[in-house]
Design a protein around this ligand. Structure first.
Ligand SMILES: Nc1ncnc2c1ncn2[C@@H]1O[C@H](COP(=O)(O)OP(=O)(O)O)[C@@H](O)[C@H]1O
Ligand SMILES: [Mg+2]
Length: 258
């Protein structure tokens, strides 16, 4: 893979299968490689990626969008600034910069009604923002909500995470089909079995073939991941030879990112 290209990676799958965990491990390994300027987007409404990455976030894009909508409703916008400029500057303000990566948390927008204007502005801003980085990594819900509003950018690699359940695989299948509906091209789709025993690898390979995606890897159940999570220690502090990290490192090497 050429480094000159700006890449977009997304991680999706059913709730609870390990999307955030895998996203955090990918982020950690790729930022440690020092090869990329990285933007991480937590596009999950139940956002907890920042915690897992050990980053403190006070405001989300949802908060900013809600604030802008309130200002529009009340007619309080400064006349010298366009809505786009205003939203852009506010999003830049909440973009969290760390030595390893920058992080944007989408969060939720409050209230009812049509968010078309704000959402369209947002799509545009995320598209523009991600072009400033070598690599954008997104933690996404299965409905691909934020992706469906993206227009100008395709996803280079979609990692679909599943557990050992039938529903996990069904959701994986659905995600592949959704791609067509939202008119986004997923250049490469890989199936990742999280908390999979080595003995089930062949089974997952077969499933990947059945639903028409490439087989990515299996990530074993990892005591260290559990322990870190239980004690609230970020996964960036995991020992570098722990089984889950080893598996994700192999995956990233295989897809040409490491
Ligand atoms: N490979 C793994 N080994 C052990 N625990 C894991 C593993 N992957 C995920 N977990 C744990 O499972 C729970 C759900 O994972 P999470 O990444 O938050 O799922 P999702 O983002 O898909 O909802 C978390 O408590 C996490 O620590
Ligand atoms: Mg999550």
């Amino acid at each position: 893979m050429k480094l000159a290209e700006k890449l977009v990676l997304a991680v999706s799958g059913k709730g609870g299968v390990g999307k955030t965990t895998i996203t955090a491990l990918i982020t950690r390994l790729l930022s440690e490689s020092g090869k990329y300027d990285i933007l991480v987007i937590d596009a999950n409404p139940d956002s907890n990626l920042a915690d897992v990455l050990g980053v403190k976030i006070t405001k989300t894009v949802g908060d900013v969008a809600t604030g802008l909508r309130t200002s529009i409703d009340k007619g309080e916008l400064p006349p010298q600034m366009s809505k786009m400029e205003l939203l852009e500057s506010r999003v830049f303000e909440i973009l969290k910069e760390t030595p390893s990566f920058d992080l944007l948390v989408m969060g939720r927008t409050e209230g009812e009604g049509c968010y078309c204007l704000v959402n369209n502005l947002l799509t545009h801003i995320i598209d523009t923002l991600s072009k400033n980085y070598d690599l954008t990594i997104m933690d996404m819900e299965a409905g691909l909500e934020h992706l469906s509003r993206r227009t100008s950018r395709d996803v280079d690699i979609m990692f679909i995470v599943t557990d050992q359940s039938f529903m996990g695989i069904q959701t994986a299948k659905r995600i592949k089909e959704l791609a067509k509906e939202v008119h986004i091209e997923f250049k490469k789709l890989y199936l990742i079995g999280n908390r999979y025993p080595a003995a089930s690898e062949n089974l997952l390979m077969k499933k990947a073939e059945e639903i028409g995606v490439e087989y990515g890897c299996i990530v074993p159940p990892d005591e260290n991941v559990l322990k870190h999570n239980f004690e609230g220690i970020p996964l960036t502090k995991l020992p570098s030879n722990t089984p889950a990290i080893k598996a994700v490192r192999r995956l990233l090497t295989k897809v040409g990112l490491l």
